[in-house]
Design a protein around this ligand. Sequence first.
Ligand code: FAD
Length: 393
Amino acid sequence: MDSPSDKAFPQLIEAVRKVCAEVAAAQAPDVDAKARFPIETLAALREWHVLSAAVPAQFGGAGCTMQQLAQICATVAQSCASSAMVLAMHYIQVACIARHGTDSEYFHGYLRDLVRRQYLLASMTSEVGTFGDTRSSVCAVTRSAGRFRLDKDATTGSYCAHADAILVTARRDESAAKSDQVLVLVRREDCTLSQTTSWDTLGMRGTCSPGFKLVSSGDEAQILPGAFADCSAQTMVPYSHILWAALWWGIAAGAVAKAAQFVRGQARQTPGTMPPTAGRLAEVSVQLQTLKQNWVAAARDFDDLGDGAHAREELLSMAWALRLNSLKIACSDQSPEIVQRALRIVGILGYKNDSPFALGRHLRDALSGALMISNDRIAAKNASMLLVHKEAA
Ligand SMILES: Cc1cc2nc3c(=O)[nH]c(=O)nc-3n(C[C@H](O)[C@H](O)[C@H](O)COP(=O)(O)OP(=O)(O)OC[C@H]3O[C@@H](n4cnc5c(N)ncnc54)[C@H](O)[C@@H]3O)c2cc1C
């Protein structure tokens, strides 16, 4: 069956390509050099209503499928990985609201406002004292007279200072266990953010992700219904791992495109002779294609599941958890490998920061993938699941 976005998507992806060619690619070196937020790219994406691509059509959004959102993220990543990461993280938050706020009038209204105003949503799962484990929180929501209060000391908060709202994980209440979490929509006007650390990193510099102390309050209706445990397994993890995999592929594809351009230039200089780099370009293209098949297949299978009770149950299964974890590990490991192979093809012109073939930013950005929810942490979870999971892969 066609998705509601099938008509709108060709126009949307064309707009995204235009933004990439005219804005994102041109701004990316400056965004990286100054570790500044990609303001121009996000403004252009807002103008084309790309920020509401993940909002269901019933609330006025494009209602894009996972495959379509992944294609958008992969496209942006070829020009500016930081912008693609901002967009992917935003889509993940929108999906959490759209899929878990279905019974809430407040969240219906919020999604409509998001479409109108092209709100940008950030995420705050990390916290001092939880050591990179998104499924546990120290901070807790307190409630009184229909209002909540929530303070959090986050280690990393991408573009929080530029977002219209932040989705924050916290314990359900002060007596709850560290894994008994809820997700709370904190609006920018309802909070104060005090920056606690810097963001002078190797890569993904434009995501502007320092630590923040958050002090917030708001209406109780802003607490997403249900347990974060379900939201995490059914939405946050699948959207994160598939959209991130697509964008890590996009970084690698951008690097291979530069290598291909370089090899074609060499071929033109020596007509009739195959440049020695052409063989290596063919080899790296195989790896790039394999990586693409991995996220495309996961996105397609996710879409094919649909969104009924059975699909939600399936997403809680070990089979899906293992598959998504393996996708994340494979794609984040392979992306920098491919960029490095592209760098070897281009040689010194790829190593120089001021050359049109520069690949330093691609490599530095791609290296963040394995750290962003540590691959070791994910591999350890897979190892313990595989001790009991007996189904064939
Ligand atoms: C570009 C970028 C953007 C980010 N944006 C956000 C954001 O917007 N919001 C947010 O909340 N967070 C964000 N994060 C943080 C991220 O989600 C994680 O919280 C963070 O990457 C965890 O980092 P860590 O290395 O300190 O923690 P850990 O996962 O504790 O890892 C520390 C070390 O321990 C090792 N280790 C951990 N577990 C195991 C294990 N079981 N076996 C063996 N070794 C193990 C790891 O390999 C690593 O060497 C971002 C991170 C990046 C890189």
